[in-house]
Design a protein around this ligand. Structure first.
Ligand code: GLC
Length: 442
């Protein structure tokens, strides 16, 4: 019930919802991989350091991921409980992982000499994951992409003059050609993830970019024609109202306080997050999130009806570094025992005890105990509905007490009226976030 409420943008009732899988699967892997992995100091380094093409060329000339094993990435993702992958086919730097016919700026022309996308798609599909393509609308390498606020040459003294020779319509046509390749040559693609628009970001007389520049309507039309079942994200600056909701919205690096809506309508959504701060491989970054934090990011999303797309930035050798592997294993360990509270689950309308989060699937209510209390959790709203309760990770019974009107002394536990009180072990079980599965009477 709760899930259906959160599947907006659905076809009229009676039709099969082609996108329903997305809200069942809940957890995906984001992969940011490109030349910036060699710089190893953020995927925006070309922008941040205002590097021109010539100075950025060293990463292209030295790109040789000799240890690339996409089967290994795919296996780890599946073990982590991830059900789909979204990979940067081209990020803002403009470099393409596949053998695009319309550019030379691609993996096949680097020392690596190979199309990197085909084996990745095959490997993830073989592990049973659905496939999503991230495609950057921004392109800091294409000669027709006009310099703007985010472009590495934004402070170039001749930026405006340089733009005179750049033709945005050519670039928009180039994007359509690339998207046509991506959605024709790799079989069924489940998600198209465009990034991103900034129509109002004017900078020193250089205008921002939005739907008129990308020719977003044409682009999306093409996507839907080539892959009718696909989910398209919301970063194309398309007009929004209650009748034209995007397939999904994509809050980035924050947890919404309430489930997102558009024009008062609930909308399908997916939060995207990094294990550390950067999306691309960052050698020296020291802001890796704790196991509790990354599990809570998932729980928080599902408890509000959303998905989580969790990112790794592989190295220039083509490996996942030890920190990324460790973080994936946090999901692996937790999901192996607690995945039941995540897949096909959604928000619950029951009032949630403090320090906890609920998810619900049918008559199963999942109480995620983020702050382990001392011995008791008092729960409102289910006293006449609870049939059984257990810790999910080991199926050990959790007993509960009900309210009694007359309490003889202050020695026993007093259960507030209208509540039940779960009796918990004093020590928190050794689970990153313990979950109590409450089975409600049908
Ligand atoms: C941002 C950044 C980018 C990253 C993306 C993921 O828009 O530009 O580097 O790929 O978010 O959501």
């Amino acid at each position: 019930m709760a899930i259906a409420m959160h599947q907006s943008g659905n076809p009229a009732s009676g039709e099969v919802d082609k996108h329903a899988w997305f809200s069942r699967d809940r957890l995906g892997l984001f992969i940011h991989w490109g030349l910036y992995a060699l710089g190893a100091r953020h995927e925006w380094l070309k922008n941040r350091e205002e590097l021109d093409d010539e100075r950025y060329q060293r990463y292209f000339d030295n790109f040789d991921p000799d240890l690339y094993e996409p089967k290994e990435w795919a296996r780890r993702a599946r073990l982590a409980g991830m059900k789909y992958v979204v990979v940067t086919t081209k990020h803002h730097e403009g470099f393409c992982l596949w053998d695009s016919k319309v550019t030379d700026y691609k993996a096949t022309n680097t020392p690596c000499g190979k199309d990197l996308l085909t084996p990745l798609v095959e490997a993830f599909r073989a592990e049973g994951l659905k496939i999503g393509f991230y495609y950057s609308l921004i392109d800091w390498h294409h000669p027709d992409f006009p310099i703007d606020v985010h472009h590495p040459l934004r402070n170039h003294p001749d930026a405006k003059a340089l733009n005179a020779g750049r033709n945005m319509a050519n670039y928009a046509a180039y994007m359509r050609e690339q998207v046509r390749e991506l959605l024709t040559d790799f079989g069924r693609i489940d998600i198209m993830w465009f990034d991103f628009s900034y129509p109002r970001r004017e900078y020193r007389g250089l205008s921002g970019k939005g739907r008129a520049d990308w020719e977003s309507e044409r682009l999306v039309e093409l996507v839907r024609e080539l892959q009718p079942g696909i989910i398209v994200n919301n970063r194309l600056d398309l007009p929004l109202d209650a009748n034209t909701l995007p397939d999904m919205v994509t809050p980035e690096q924050y947890t919404p306080r309430v489930a997102p809506t558009i024009a008062g309508q609930p909308v399908r959504w997916e939060a995207c997050h990094t294990f550390s701060g950067s999306w691309g491989y960052h050698r020296d970054e020291d802001t890796w999130k704790s196991p509790e934090q990354i599990i809570k990011l998932l729980i928080d999303s599902v408890a509000m009806g959303g998905n989580l797309l969790m990112n790794v930035g592989p190295t220039g050798r083509g490996t996942l570094d030890a920190r990324a592997i460790g973080a994936l294993e946090v999901y692996q360990n937790w999901m192996a025992l607690n995945g039941r509270s995540i897949y096909e689950a959604g928000p619950s309308d029951y009032p949630v005890p403090s320090g906890c989060r609920y998810t619900q699937r049918g008559n199963r209510l999942y109480l995620h105990v983020c702050d382990w209390p001392y011995r008791h959790i008092h729960i409102e709203g289910i006293s006449d509905k609870i049939a059984y309760a257990q810790l999910l990770h080991d199926a050990s019974e959790v007993r509960w007490l009900s309210h009694i009107k007359e309490v003889d002394s202050n020695v026993g536990v007093t259960v507030p009226e209208g509540m039940i009180t779960l009796e918990l072990p004093v020590r928190r079980p050794n689970v990153t976030v313990p979950v109590i599965e409450i089975i409600l009477k049908p």
